[in-house]
Write a protein that binds this ligand. Structure first.
Ligand SMILES: NC(=O)c1ccc[n+]([C@@H]2O[C@H](COP(=O)([O-])OP(=O)(O)OC[C@H]3O[C@@H](n4cnc5c(N)ncnc54)[C@H](OP(=O)(O)O)[C@@H]3O)[C@@H](O)[C@H]2O)c1
Length: 281
């Protein structure tokens, strides 16, 4: 039986990945810094390792007996006072070092779609730096590059619930977001696949206006969309860059960038945003 270490297991994607590996017959070891955050998936986990990716000592032996490492560790909305370089790069590098020391045969890393178009962003620079470490590590690997998760689309539902939604530019940038369970299938298939890179999005393509309209339809409120000109976005970012620290500015820069560009990725999955909104409103 193959043994997998799932890191990022307490996050939106990681929880689905734990379930999917277990369902496919793997022995699952999960890393968490707070064991309480594993509560909802504990029945799918065989072994727990409590540690911090940013603290190499706490990771000692984490990969012993492990065949495959999966990592969706990264900063999204966490406010721990850490930077992308601390977590997305160095944290994953600490995991990679442990994996190599223990003779792990493959490392699957969750990155971001369209990296090459966002090289100036701090979040992206940390991902690219880790990708380079992984590619040069001599270990077999797959880099999964998804566009946007359904979990992030909940922001649109929240705006609709408040009666007013915002989009950048004319709102016609496009994205095909993906459900965590569909993406987890892609991640687990990568474990036995040969592809080095997998770019992926969900089954339905939307403009941001269309996602907002779907959100308003779900909460049964009249559609009210405010269009924020791109120059206003650029102005906000330039002010934030000067007056806030990278810990505040970084996530803001990342989200304001992906919302103002096309993020159309190769299609996968059968779960639809419409149903996800209905389940979450
Ligand atoms: N969300 C999207 O739309 C999207 C799109 C493309 C790519 N991605 C990438 O996909 C990955 C997973 O996304 P997600 O939405 O599942 O994120 P998430 O729900 O925030 O989960 C992130 C995971 O990383 C862990 N983590 C974060 N900071 C940490 C730290 N300092 N030390 C140890 N662990 C830490 C979290 O642990 P805790 O639970 O303890 O915080 C959690 O397990 C991220 O790398 C993200 O950049 C996301």
């Amino acid at each position: 039986m193959q043994k997998v270490l799932v890191t990022g297991a307490t996050g939106y994607l990681g929880k689905y990945v734990v379930r999917e590996f277990k369902e496919q017959g793997y022995v699952v070891r999960a890393l968490a810094r707070d064991p309480k955050r594993l509560e909802s998936i504990r029945e799918h986990i065989d072994q727990e390792h409590i540690g911090e990716v940013t603290d190499p000592d706490s990771l000692k032996g984490i990969c012993d007996g492990i065949d495959l490492v999966f990592s969706s560790v990264g900063i999204t909305k966490q406010k721990d006072g850490l930077t992308y370089m601390d977590v997305d790069y160095r944290g994953n590098k600490n995991l990679l070092d442990e994996a190599r020391n223990s003779g792990v045969s493959k490392f699957i890393f969750v990155s971001v779609f369209n990296l090459e178009k966002m090289k100036d962003l701090k979040a992206v620079q940390a991902k690219i730096r880790f990708e380079n470490e992984l590619m040069n590590s001599g270990m077999d690997y797959t880099i999964i590059s998804p566009n946007g998760f359904f979990s992030d689309m909940l922001e649109y539902l929240k705006m609709a619930e408040k009666g007013k939604g915002y989009v950048f530019g004319n709102g016609e940038y496009r994205i095909n977001p993906i459900h965590g369970a569909d993406l987890a299938e892609v991640c687990v298939k990568a474990a036995s696949g040969r592809e080095k890179e997998v770019k992926v999005g969900g089954p339905d393509l939307f403009t941001h206006n269309e996602i907002l309209m779907l959100a308003f339809e779900t909460v049964k409120k009249p559609v009210k969309i405010l269009k924020i000109p791109i120059w206003v976005r650029n102005f906000i970012l330039s002010i934030a860059r000067v007056f806030t620290s990278i810990k505040t500015y970084g996530p803001m820069e990342f989200f304001m960038t992906v919302l103002a560009m096309d993020m159309t990725a190769p299609v996968y999955g059968k779960r639809h945003l419409k149903n996800f909104f209905l389940d979450n409103c």
